[in-house]
Design a protein around this ligand. Structure first.
Ligand code: FNR
Length: 365
């Protein structure tokens, strides 16, 4: 079906499922072990209701926010997801063009199948009159020279923040991938950001190292090597939120990696109030996991999140329609958020307050 006939983000999943190699679909849709957390993220939103206010809205609404100095037309950004060239031949280039034209921030993954320099060039070409709104996602590498080389690549490409993923001391176990034997990229598709890093022979692609030996001191060393804002992705315990702020992070992305790391980690939206209390307004708290509707975005913002990220819906939009598919995913959310704000008597994200959110029994689908 043409992109304009698709009505919502969940329909994009259905369409992508029909188009993608089932092994790659399972890689995207799946998560760790029993996939309890994958389901919990969406269920967390289903157990919240919105209680609207009346007779106080406006026909002019402003959905824009500024995140760590980067303007965004929506309180929504693209969370990092790996391997876009497995979803569509244009891969991350298509995603970047769509995000740039929609005026939202794309997070380029360390595991992207296009180099961050090429992604940035595509974004710049798509909107020549604006600076590209790109963040870079980094797994801290135990060899800090490798970490530094990656940071320099992100800086040189013009990325305006680093999202440092800390929930992956070891890789999550995805039983779907084991069952399907998915453990390698097809020939010709590689993690381009890891090509020719620090003294290997030309063309060599480094592996992403995961290490349980990483500690807060590694974060301190990263903090010293760049002036870019550093946002920690994947802290869930409120105590870690406090420690992160003490170590000078610029923000937190409350994320359980879409249920792909520790299975049975709680839904992110359920953890949001405790994390906000721990951080006490000292840095912005973003959230991702299970956001599929404008009402989900509004619930998270009303509870106190500054913005929310979307992961799988971007990959599904990309699979279904390349650049146009990703653009449509973002535009669908834009329309839904705007409509929800109107129905709630709000003119901008700042009008949303926690009293609009009520815990309700989840209504069966
Ligand atoms: C991810 N995510 C992710 N996160 C990260 O920090 N580095 C990465 O390389 C990836 N790769 C990745 C691949 C795929 C296919 C998915 C689905 C997810 C996690 C991602 O940034 C985000 O936290 C979740 O996707 C958010 O949940 P939803 O929106 O997918 O429910």
């Amino acid at each position: 079906p043409a992109a304009h006939t698709v009505l919502n983000l969940r329909e994009y999943e259905t369409i992508a499922r029909g188009l993608l190699d089932p092994i790659f679909y399972d890689y995207v849709a799946g998560g760790a072990r029993d996939e309890v957390t994958v389901r919990a993220n969406e269920h967390g939103f289903a157990r919240l209701g919105l209680l609207p206010r009346m007779l106080r809205g406006s026909d002019t609404r402003d959905l824009g926010v500024t995140l760590f100095g980067t303007p965004s037309s929506l309180p929504v950004f693209l969370s990092p997801t790996a391997f876009h060239r497995l979803a569509h031949p244009d891969g991350e280039l298509a995603t970047a063009r769509a995000a740039a034209k929609a005026g939202v921030i794309m997070t380029v993954g360390m595991a992207s199948t296009t180099s961050v320099a090429d992604v940035a060039a595509a974004a710049r070409q798509a909107v020549p009159d604006r600076a590209p709104a790109l963040w870079f996602q980094l797994y801290l590498q135990p060899d800090m020279a490798v970490t530094r080389a990656l940071v320099r690549r992100a800086e040189a490409a013009g990325c305006t923040a680093l999202l440092v993923t800390v929930d992956s001391p070891v890789l999550g176990i995805h039983e779907r991938n084991k069952r399907n034997g998915f453990n390698d990229l097809p020939p010709g598709v590689v993690c381009e950001n890891l090509r020719d890093l620090t003294g290997s022979e030309p063309g060599h692609i480094r592996q992403i190292a995961m290490s349980a030996d990483l500690g807060w001191d590694h974060l301190d060393r990263l903090r010293e090597m760049t002036s870019l804002p550093v946002v920690l992705k994947g802290v869930l315990h409120p105590e870690d939120g406090r420690i992160a702020v003490a170590h000078g992070v610029d923000g937190l992305l409350l994320s359980n990696h879409g249920g792909r790391q520790l299975d049975t980690a709680p839904a992110t939206v359920d953890l949001l109030p405790d994390m906000l209390a721990a951080v006490a307004g000292r840095v912005p708290v973003l959230l991702d996991g299970g956001v599929r509707r404008g009402t989900d975005v509004v619930k998270a913002l009303a509870l106190g999140a500054t913005a929310v990220g979307i992961g799988r819906p971007v990959v599904y939009g990309l699979a279904a329609g390349g650049e146009d598919g990703v653009r449509h995913v973002v535009d669908l959310l834009r329309e839904e958020i705007d409509h929800t704000l109107a129905l709630c008597g709000a003119t901008a994200p700042r009008d949303l307050t926690p009293d609009l959110v009520r815990t309700v029994p989840a209504v069966p689908r």
